[in-house]
Design a protein around this ligand. Structure first.
Ligand code: HEM
Length: 156
């Protein structure tokens, strides 16, 4: 510990002592892992939607293979909408949320204000993501930013 000058209050060291290590709570760690795991599942399903879009554009008749009775363009645009929206909300937003919870607690050096609300946010987000996947089931194909007036047009 370096003292600035003789006679000076030796209680004011030049370098502050290192802060003791702080670890996030086990319940927050569990929630963060749940976010990451679910984000990866969302990514794989939304990625599969994108690959299906590219297959539709080939000579492979995906619709007859999958017994889907909607025109190619309807299937393509509803897959595109699901893909873009789920990648945005189910992947990017999920990563932003769990990292914020972790960073605020880890580097804020205290537990989150409410783990109950944090857990609720996971379920609210994931239910919303499942609803976004229903875009494809209900042939909603307005693109990931719900381009007007496509939102109000029935594709079928
Ligand atoms: C598995 C990895 C991915 C594949 C194979 C993939 C593939 C595609 C394809 C084929 C399109 C359609 C392009 C077109 O013909 O218009 C597309 C659009 C898009 N992708 Fe991806 N993508 C992937 C990952 C991502 C990720 C990680 C994000 C964002 C976080 C993302 C966001 C979007 C958005 C926003 C659109 C535009 C949707 C729209 O126009 O409504 N994609 N992607």
């Amino acid at each position: 510990m370096q003292i600035i000058a003789k006679g000076h209050d030796e209680y004011y060291p030049y370098e502050p002592p290192p802060l003791p290590e702080y670890d996030v709570s086990p319940s927050l760690k569990k929630l963060v892992l749940k976010f990451i795991g679910t984000m990866l599942i969302n990514f794989l399903i939304a990625g599969a939607c994108a690959l299906a879009m590219r297959i539709i554009q080939t000579d492979v008749h995906l619709r007859s293979l999958a017994h889907i009775n909607v025109p190619d363009n309807v299937l393509f645009y509803s897959l595109l909408t699901s893909h873009g929206q789920v990648m945005f909300f189910g992947v990017l937003s999920f990563n932003t949320i769990w990292f914020s919870y972790y960073a605020v607690s880890k580097w804020g050096r205290k537990p989150l204000a409410s783990m109950k609300l944090a857990r609720a946010s996971f379920w609210i987000m994931e239910i919303a993501v499942v609803l976004l996947f229903l875009d494809t089931v209900f042939h909603f194909g307005s693109g990931w930013y719900n381009l007007m007036p496509l939102t109000f047009l029935r594709l079928l």
